[in-house]
Ligand binder design. Structure first.
Ligand code: GLU
Length: 464
């Protein structure tokens, strides 16, 4: 049996970390078993769904490294849903209803007030033909509900273990709206059957749907045992509160804009909720060995944005220059160079921050000089180029001897004058990147550098 899974987002918004986790786990599950991954756009909600969101979902998945073997969209499959309508109707499992949303809401409130679970009272089912005729004559179109059976529905969930629902406690779901458009509950089952899905891995907000959908699958002539289910607990934030309110700021496109590397996010999402350590990877395939759905627990996993930031920095810290060269070029830094990258990569939280060090080493810097006398003395001792990784140690040793300064008193003003910052990468690596001309300008000011040292090389920001 070929494993076939699907990730089925509705294009009514941007993908967020919760969706991405479900997509990633599906992808890993399929790839760990030599199976197939289907991307299905659940786009029957034409009021809220847009092509722009559909496109963004595809872009975000690709960014995360997730490709698909098959693609389907529900808006292309209306004939199949129509066909299901006919079959369910012929089997006596669909019935027409005429209540307005207000009437349904009224019934719901009454049930709640009585302490009963809100469940459709099947008024539509017990209508007489004459009553229906009256609605029709008055120009009302019906919507359609699926009549559930009373029996139990049970399955062994790959994450939750034994799950059990009593059919008589479930509410008959609406499958077709008054305008005859099918709803997700139906479409999803029709698609899962037609497209040969073997494992449905999705969020635990769909557990009750599964009970309904299993009955629907058998009413449509499929064997419900052909599907395995895994319902993943939804993510919470660090305090344990549902993530739902913050999902906008945790969309993939937002994180990408903030400079998060896709493999840092993937490394985190593949492991939270399991006992396994979180680690940034270079390719999704590295997450495959040892991947096992059984390692995902039922407890609510916490998504920690700071942990993602740390993972991102850790990933950048070991990235070779070749892995970032094209992106740095695209950011306008085509002469970044491997040496500067190696000097700065341990000091950045995002790739964009490399740009700050690039400007410090390759551009002009307005620095407010402190301790000018000391800096002028140090400037006199600046050795001639060529400079290398030893230059800083040799120069500062001379400055130390000449000024009798030591430690912080010696190094801090030099670092501050040369980089404009208190902290940063090793000065031994930065100094050769800054170069003698810039160093001199920064230590004594451009005018005195030019007048005193005969340095006339104009410095500017790199042509763009
Ligand atoms: N479109 C549904 C959702 O986004 C899909 C759920 C499912 O995987 O069946 O929640």
């Amino acid at each position: 049996m070929t494993v076939r899974v699907r990730f089925a987002p509705s294009p009514t918004g941007l993908l967020h970390v919760g969706n991405a986790r479900v997509a990633l786990v599906n992808w890993l599950f399929a790839h760990a078993r030599g199976g197939e991954f289907l991307l299905r756009l659940d786009d029957t909600d034409t009021e809220r769904g847009t092509d722009a969101f559909a496109q963004a979902i595809e872009d975000d998945l690709r960014w995360l490294g997730i490709g698909w073997d098959t693609f389907a969209r529900q808006s292309d499959r209306s004939d199949h849903y129509r066909d299901a309508f006919e079959r369910l109707r012929a089997a006596g499992r669909l019935y027409a209803c005429y209540e307005t949303p207000e009437e349904l809401e009224f019934k719901r409130r009454r049930q709640m007030a009585r302490g009963e679970p809100p469940r459709y009272d099947r008024a539509g089912l017990s209508m007489t033909e004459a009553e229906r005729e009256r609605y029709r004559a008055a120009g009302h179109e019906p919507y359609w509900r699926f009549q559930l059976e009373d029996g139990d529905v049970a399955w062994t969930d790959l994450i939750r273990g034994a799950v059990h629902f009593e059919g008589r406690h479930l509410s008959d779901p609406v499958l077709f709206r008054t305008d005859a458009r099918p709803l997700y509950t139906l479409c999803s089952v029709v698609d899962d059957i037609d497209l040969g899905i073997t494992h449905v891995i999705r969020g635990e907000d769909h557990v009750a749907n599964t009970a309904v959908q299993l009955q629907l699958a058998s009413a449509l002539g499929a064997d419900p045992a052909a599907f395995a289910f895994a319902h993943m607990p939804l993510l919470a934030d660090v305090s344990g509160a549902p993530l739902s309110k913050r999902l906008g700021s945790l969309s993939l496109s937002q994180l990408r804009d903030e400079g998060i590397e896709p493999m840092a996010l993937a490394g985190l999402l593949a492991r939270i909720g399991t006992p396994d350590p979180v680690e940034a990877v270079e390719r999704l395939e590295e997450l495959l060995p040892g991947f096992d759905l059984a390692r995902f627990g039922r407890a609510t996993p916490r998504f920690d944005r700071d942990e993602l930031g740390r993972l991102n920095a850790a990933l950048l810290q070991r990235m070779p220059y070749e892995a970032v060269e094209a992106r740095l070029t695209a950011l306008g830094m085509d002469d970044f160079g491997a040496r500067l990258w190696l000097a700065v990569r341990a000091n950045i939280a995002t790739l964009a921050e490399a740009g700050d060090w690039y400007r410090i080493c390759r551009g002009d810097l307005e620095i407010e000089r402190q301790e000018e006398g000391f800096l002028a003395e140090a400037a006199k001792l600046l050795p001639d180029e060529p400079w290398d990784g030893e230059t800083w140690a040799a120069w500062t040793a001379q400055v130390r001897d000449a000024t009798e300064r030591r430690g912080r008193n010696l190094f801090r003003p030099l670092r501050l004058a040369l980089t404009g910052r208190e902290h940063g990468p090793e000065m031994s690596a930065l100094l050769p990147e800054i170069g003698r001309t810039r160093a001199l300008y920064r230590l004594v000011g451009r005018e005195s550098a030019v007048a005193g040292g005969g340095v006339v090389v104009p410095l500017g920001r790199k042509k763009s």
